[in-house]
Design a protein around this ligand. Structure first.
Ligand code: NDP
Ligand code: OXD
Length: 308
């Protein structure tokens, strides 16, 4: 019998218990802080308690319930165990829809129309063709790659930035730190979809904003810790940036007193860009547990040396 622990210090993951057992009745599923969870073979996690893997002597697999794994790795010793994440076409489609909404907001100037409405001001924002709105995708993986596959067909010039070079039809790809400034100089709407790692923490900072053309916009759907919020607020106040859509925050939920809620030009959304369905997560976890049991290679493993 395989024992599974649902581990989170910020969310109640008990809804996965019936889903996992519905697919695999032989699983014994415990929800942390039930002490049984420390005897588990498989940890299924979102924001697990720091150091918990060290207290789990039977642990063989760490599985995220999400695409990102930063919160499973931060401050944790994974002891060389495999770590897997969720990869799902529906998740990529949800992110595409969200980013499309952001791109249209800035390209078609819905942000200006809404602020004019608040002042009861009838003023038609000048419109420009998509060919004049350059989209910069930071991250060309499962999510960024799905967006890069669609936006060029809508007439947007698309630039992408990744750690390693790659070739995508209709997309100019910049790779590595050395190419970052040139990528930024050619970007009017910057979309952050890199994972949170030591290399990307705080990457949305004053230096990055100042390397964008004046009046550019920023969309952060990666992680809150990518953003230096004070630098964003300053760049908006200086007019270096025209606006920002923020979906993720270092502290979630965002504190009601946080200045980002009311900074002119900032649209706040509550980590809703995309979400995998719990059924899909449960299916992927069970499939990996079965692979583990049969000694097969696991799907969607994370490279711990890269951190994603
Ligand atoms: P992937 O691992 O598939 O892709 C990551 C991409 O980022 C790759 O192209 C990778 O480059 C690039 N990258 C990583 N590090 C660097 C670096 N230092 N410099 C340049 N490029 C880098 O991740 P996903 O697309 O599946 O997910 C990305 C992130 O999106 C998640 O980690 C999570 O934080 C966030 N997310 C947010 C959600 C939301 O609702 N807001 C929902 C789901 C995910 P290379 O191709 O060379 O490896
Ligand atoms: C994810 C997320 O990483 O929801 O999947 O942010």
């Amino acid at each position: 019998m395989t024992r599974v622990a649902l581990l989170s210090r910020s969310a109640n993951l008990s809804y996965f218990q019936p889903l996992l057992q519905g697919l695999a009745p032989e699983l014994d599923v415990a929800v942390w802080p039930d002490p049984r969870s420390l005897h588990a073979d498989v940890a299924v996690c979102w924001n697990p308690p720091v150091g918990v893997y060290d207290d789990m002597p039977n642990l063989k697999l760490i599985h995220s319930i999400a695409a990102g794994v930063d919160n499973l790795l931060d401050g944790q010793r994974t002891r060389g165990l495999p770590v897997c994440r969720v990869v799902d076409p529906q998740l990529a489609q949800g992110m595409l829809q969200y980013v499309l909404w952001c791109v249209l907001t800035f390209h078609r100037k819905l942000d200006l129309a809404l602020s004019n409405q608040r002042a009861a001001r009838w003023s038609r924002p000048p419109q420009t063709p998509a060919s004049q709105c350059r989209i910069g995708l930071m991250g060309l993986g499962e999510l960024g790659g799905a967006i890069a596959a669609v936006l060029p067909g809508m007439g947007y010039p698309v630039n992408g930035w990744s750690r390693t070079p790659r070739s995508i039809d209709g997309v100019r790809v910049y790779a590595g730190e050395d190419a970052f400034d040139e990528f930024l100089a050619n970007t009017d709407v910057l979309v952050c979809l890199v994972p949170l790692t030591d290399a990307t923490r705080g990457i949305l900072n004053r230096r990055t904003f100042d390397a964008l053309p004046q009046g550019a916009a920023v969309v952060n759907c990666g992680r809150g810790e990518h953003l230096v919020a004070a630098d964003l607020i300053d760049a908006l106040a200086r007019g270096q940036l025209r606006g920002a859509v923020l979906d993720v925050f270092a502290q979630e939920p965002l504190d009601p007193a946080d200045p980002l809620w009311s900074t002119p030009g900032v649209i706040v959304t509550p980590h809703m860009a995309t979400m995998p369905s719990p059924d899909t997560v449960a299916e992927q976890v069970v499939a990996n547990i079965r692979r583990l049991g049969q000694g097969e290679s696991l799907a969607h493993t994370v490279d711990l040396t890269r951190g994603y």
